[in-house]
Design a protein around this ligand. Structure first.
Ligand SMILES: Cc1ncc(COP(=O)(O)OP(=O)(O)O)c(N)n1
Ligand SMILES: Cc1ncsc1CCOP(=O)(O)O
Length: 528
């Protein structure tokens, strides 16, 4: 019978985690809460004590009809008749363990690379413990931290195998749904998650396990199925754009901007031109919009069910923890989160911030220039100077592929901005050639796209790519209209004209007038 790996408890008897409590009592509480498999992992005890504790644990797990596996020690598993073992790469060889253990014993193998996974499958492992997912104080001697992207790469390469899979390392209530969602490859998903401290160290292990079981068995609040491309995808999407703009105007969405101080004023004005906006920067004054980069406020602000924009243009030592708090609040509620990794590759601190944010939360949309998107992908070969993209080294097809691959990896939407914008949800790739060079000469015009996208993602949740596309088109057509005014002579006179044109489109759309859009979109689908 296949083993239920969905909520896999790995024990730890160290004082920092077990906190002096009786291991069997803690495990029994966790079993009451819904743990489906238990691994006894104890690196310190002598063999005699290991056997005694394992025996007691086995009495408990048998009462709940849940298998007990022993970490590393085939001899202990044999001594107490446990259902199986979990072996690391440096433990007893699989073929020897297989020979020693009963035929139906469960054998799980730790894997952090594709080679290890393939070898374990070829040997006949029942399941793979894939990790380390995230760095964790519970095990500091881990070989590598592979995140959801590394896990997805392994799952994708072994999708033909029916081997069981669990992820391990740093998994807790706030990230478990994202781990399951973002690790998923098109043909193979994780069968479960392995947890140590979030259950064993919890004040109430039963409640903790119950909460995990609930989260594992319900879809991630931000989960959406990506749409398969239609025959004439670009045309089909364009057909829907005017109604999405009308919807956005009607819905009046709120966007919580954690934006850099250089562009805050401009972004606020852009957003106000198209809707009502909740703008967060530094001060609060009377009834004007709330101004704060304070992550703790997100717990209240996310209740408005708008979007969150993280724009790390003016990063400080406190920014990342504030962003993380806000992302957690919005992710938990399933509201859209946009990440604009401004200047991502410029400094070591920014590169680390990208890593921390990408591993710590789910972003519905990642929006950036070529240099930023390359850094997020993790392959930036060039040092970015300031926040500009720098000279491009990719042709159109390569840009489209990078946007597609990053979106596929994160199971979200990616917008790579430039003279041509590339937008992808991992399946469809759309190139947009609207806009005007003046946009590149006014600071904040790129950042404002993050805020605009937030409005559209809030108003139209069922197709994120279409939502973002509608926002870009409204924005870039407004820019073209502004630049064509005869009184616009350069970036200075362009800005007020641009705000006016955004306002004009919003007013027209509010009256059901779609004429602003007719024949204007310069959009095509990129086939890869
Ligand atoms: C389910 C599961 N996956 C991975 C591990 C890690 O095992 P290993 O690499 O042997 O490291 P130690 O647990 O021995 O520190 C695991 N125990 N369980
Ligand atoms: C045993 C093990 N192997 C990789 S990470 C890890 C520990 C996971 O502990 P936690 O769930 O507390 O992060």
């Amino acid at each position: 019978m296949p083993v239920d790996l969905s909520l896999y408890l790995v024990t730890d008897s160290t004082p920092a985690i077990l906190k002096g409590r009786d291991l069997c009592t803690v495990v029994e509480e966790a079993l009451k809460g819904g743990v489906t498999i238990v691994q006894y992992r104890d690196k310190k005890s002598d063999t005699g004590d290991l056997i005694d504790t394992a025996k007691r644990l086995h009495e408990v797990t048998k009462r709940y009809g849940v298998p007990l596996l022993i970490n590393d020690r085939v001899d202990v598993a044999l001594a107490i008749g446990a259902e199986g073992v979990h072996l690391g790469q440096d433990d007893m060889r699989f073929d020897i363990a297989k020979k020693l253990l009963p035929k139906d014993a469960i054998i799980g193998i730790s894997t952090s690379t594709l080679d290890e996974a393939q070898k374990a499958i070829a040997d006949g492992a029942d399941y793979l413990g894939i990790g380390t997912m995230f760095a964790t104080p519970t095990k500091t001697n881990t070989k590598s931290v592979i995140g959801t992207a590394g896990t997805q790469a392994i799952l994708s390469a072994i999708s033909d195998s029916s081997v069981g899979t669990v992820a391990i390392g740093g998994i807790n209530h706030s990230n478990v749904q994202r781990v399951l969602y973002q690790s998923q490859s098109p043909k193979k998903a994780l069968d479960g998650v392995a947890i140590v401290s979030a259950i064993v160290a919890a004040d109430e292990p039963k409640a903790s396990a119950e909460q995990f079981a609930k989260l594992i068995n319900s879809p991630a609040p931000f989960a959406l199925t990506t749409q398969a491309p239609r025959a004439n995808e670009a045309e089909a999407l364009l057909h829907e754009v005017p109604q999405i703009v009308r919807k956005m105007v009607e819905v009046h969405p709120l966007v919580h901007n954690m934006i850099n101080f250089v562009v805050a004023n401009f972004v606020a004005n852009v957003a106000l031109s198209i809707l009502m906006v909740l703008l967060l920067t530094i001060n609060r004054s009377g009834a004007s919009p709330i101004m704060s980069p304070y992550g703790d406020e997100a717990t209240d602000l996310c209740k408005f069910d708008g979007a969150l924009l993280i724009n790390m243009g003016t990063l400080t030592s406190e920014s990342v923890s504030n962003y993380q708090k806000a992302v957690k609040a919005y992710n938990t509620r399933g509201n859209p989160v946009i990440y604009d990794p401004v200047g991502a590759a410029a400094t070591e601190i920014r590169r680390n911030a990208v890593y921390q944010l990408m591993t710590g939360g789910y972003f519905d949309l990642i929006k950036g220039n070529e240099g930023e998107i390359r850094q997020v992908w993790g392959s930036s070969p060039v040092q970015q100077r300031g926040v500009d993209s720098g000279p491009s080294t990719l042709d159109g097809q390569q840009k489209a592929k990078l946007a597609r691959d990053l979106a596929r990896r994160g199971r979200n939407v990616v917008l790579m901005t430039g003279a041509t914008d590339y937008l992808s949800d991992g399946e469809r790739v759309i190139a947009v050639e609207n806009g005007h060079p003046y946009l590149g000469q006014v600071t904040g015009t790129g950042c404002a796209i993050g805020s605009i996208s937030g409005c559209f993602l809030t108003a139209h949740r069922s197709d994120r790519l279409l939502a973002v596309l509608s926002g870009i088109l409204m924005y870039e057509i407004a820019a073209e209209n502004a630049a064509s005014k005869e009184y616009v002579r350069g970036p200075g006179s362009f800005v007020p004209a641009f705000l006016d044109e955004l306002y004009a489109i919003r007013t027209a759309a509010g009256k059901g007038d779609d004429s602003w859009f007719v024949g204007r979109a310069k959009v095509h689908e990129v086939k890869l």
